[in-house]
Design a protein around this ligand. Structure first.
Ligand SMILES: *Cc1c(COP(=O)(O)O)cnc(C)c1O
Length: 386
């Protein structure tokens, strides 16, 4: 039994992340592909590092504990994790996805899994009654993000999970934007949780990784089989780095969110800002639902400037905040979803779901908030007057 109760302690002491042999407080990096066996047919615990590696296993037990699931799986990227989960389905099956899912999730369904006869359709998962009407016999899962990327749309996770239980299908939640520190979908009834651990869990923009947690032993067996068969595993060194990142998740996120709340309030009150999307603002879509299912609004903000501001100039004039893909690192990053993260979504669909060409997405880092506000304030001022 664990000798702690709260997640702040679990981040540091959870999973089997110490080393019994030496007392090392960190799990060693088992940089090995194979393991010497004691004899023929003696079924060793470790046999080949695609199947299992002690460093990766430590990470997998840690994320399973943090998300409150039965088993965790680590992959070479968030997309490899999503690909493994989608490999649970077969030709003829269909998956319903939130209208604002990560562009890569849309792309792998549209351009890869579609070729294998696995269908998808984009739905407004914020409307539970309308969503239920879309559950036809071939629908086998609903895949959601909450908040969804990049408009920070909130979906009621417990309501979607109740719907999937009623229809005997799976609820899959990509929890990248919140992490188990802020939101635990399995406790809300979800069957599978996915992470791009590249983001907040790693937290330092120095690795690419993906994680999956399931809440049921049958699903765990199937996913272990897929992980070993398709082979998109995370290596021992990156597994070690990720365990290291997760230890500081709590303190990092506390500062990320504190800064995000300050920035959101600053942006809301700026005369040049047309719209701010941040789930922590009381008039945000889904504010009450998010308050119920998550600890706070997280640290991602999207906003639009009025038409008389030149967004190219805005990006050019930032000095502290970097223009880059990705999010969730200690440094603040800004991106233009329409031409960057969501460029793989066709223009018409982007317009339909609200990813306009003027939309700016901000991943708020843990720098000093006054410095961040000064940088953005200057960039907005420099971009005024077209
Ligand atoms: C980045 C991201 C992914 C993809 O993860 P990679 O680690 O880049 O492969 C999936 N979902 C969300 C929400 C993301 O932000």
């Amino acid at each position: 039994m664990a000798n702690y109760e709260k997640i702040e302690s679990a981040l540091i002491h959870g999973g089997n992340t110490t080393d019994k042999q030496t007392g090392s407080v960190n799990v060693p990096i088992y940089q090995t592909s194979t393991y010497q066996q004691t004899g023929l047919g003696e079924n060793p615990k470790w046999e080949y590092s695609r199947t299992g590696n002690p460093t990766r296993a430590a990470l997998e037990s840690l994320i399973a504990e943090l998300e409150g699931g039965t088993a965790g799986f680590a992959f070479g990227s968030g997309m490899a994790a999503i690909t493994a989960v989608l490999s649970l389905f077969k030709s003829g099956d269909k998956i319903l996805i939130s209208s604002n899912v990560y562009g890569g999730t849309f792309r792998v369904l549209d351009k890869v899994f579609n070729n294998f006869g696995i269908g998808y359709s984009i739905e407004d998962t914020t409307n539970i009654n309308a969503l239920e009407q879309k559950i036809t016999p071939e629908v086998k899962a609903i895949l959601i993000e909450s908040p969804a990327n990049p408009l920070l749309t909130i979906t009621d996770i417990a309501a979607v999970a109740a719907l999937t239980k009623k229809h005997g299908i799976l609820a899959i939640v990509d929890n990248t934007f919140m992490t188990p520190y802020l939101q635990r979908p399995i406790e809300l009834g979800a069957d599978i949780v996915i992470h791009s651990a590249t983001k907040y869990l790693g937290g330092h923009s120095d690795l690419v990784a993906g994680l999956v947690v399931v809440n049921d032993t049958k699903l765990a067996e199937r996913l272990a089989f897929i992980q070993n068969s398709t082979g998109g595993i995370l290596g021992p060194f990156d597994s070690f780095l990720l365990i290291r990142g997760i230890k500081t998740l709590g303190v990092r996120l506390d500062r990320h969110v504190e800064n995000a709340e300050k920035l959101a309030n600053y942006l809301v009150n700026h005369k040049g800002v047309k719209k701010v999307y941040y789930p922590g603002l009381p008039d945000a879509q889904g504010y009450e639902i998010n308050k119920r299912q998550a600890k706070n609004g997280g640290a991602m903000i999207s906003f639009e400037l009025y038409e008389n501001y030149d967004i190219k100039k805005f990006f050019k004039n930032l000095r502290l905040v970097a223009l880059a893909e990705s999010l969730g690192g200690v440094e603040s990053l800004v991106c233009h979803p329409a031409s960057m993260t969501h460029a793989s979504i066709p223009y018409e669909i982007r317009q339909k779901v609200g990813i306009t060409d003027g939309l700016i997405r901000l991943s708020v880092g843990i720098e000093n908030s006054d410095d961040l506000i000064a940088d953005i304030d200057n960039a907005i001022a420099e971009s005024e007057g077209m």
